[in-house]
Design a binder for this molecule. Sequence first.
Ligand code: GLN
Length: 278
Amino acid sequence: MTPPSPVIAAGSTLASLQLRPPLDAVDNRILICHALGLSRVALITQSERALTGDEAQRLSALLARRLAGEPIAYIVGQREFFGLPFEVSGAVLIPRPDTELLVELALERLAPRARLLDMGTGSGAIAVALAHGRPDAAVTALDVSEAALAVARRNAAANGASVSFLRSDWFAALDDAVFDVIVSNPPYIASGDRHLSEGDLRFEPAGALTDHADGLSALRRIVAGAPRHLAAQGWLLLEHGYDQAEAVRALLAAAGYAEVQSWRDLAGIERASGGRRP
Ligand code: GLN
């Protein structure tokens, strides 16, 4: 059901709009800035400014989308990740703060001029953050979705990061390329998981969230295929669900990886696991 369109009256001041329910002040501020093309600072210094009719209409339309549940990142078309701005659209997953853990783990393991591969890059967040932080690294990023790759390419260009993009269904188009570090935040939510029908996830691409199976099938494929594309001692680093660390460690150990371990995110949840090619 579509909620009734909120009507914002022309003449309302910017100060009064920020405190207007049902959204909280943070969401209100983001939408006002976006509708009016204002910076956060301008919102403060122009707090007594009154909306024109056009502005009131634009803001009403944005509010209606937010009230229908659309993620704020899709409405404004942007989300920050690892301190960099990323364009996002319905073609890509919205970068999560949890995923910064994977970037940090990879940064700690990148030798000078190392070769890195990001599998299922989506918006390019991981690959671009790494290439931006380590311009000496040779970063390759692949995705099966051409629409996602278009977004990722723009994010690399906008952030001045040099990344080679490749359309590939996991390892299919890689030939015999070899990397020192392989990272991935693959779809790992099991089909039928209730989270898929709640909140922001309802608007995100299903193929980026779920493997349409037990949640581990993409992780299994990557664990199985990575050794052929890892240099000796190379690291495979994987993000996974809050309850999958033990299962992913078991997959890595069974495939013969060394130094198998998991790492916790800022919330204290085991969010990434990895190991080295034996
Ligand atoms: N971390 C995301 C979530 O739980 C899922 C991302 C993924 O499937 N790779 O909302």
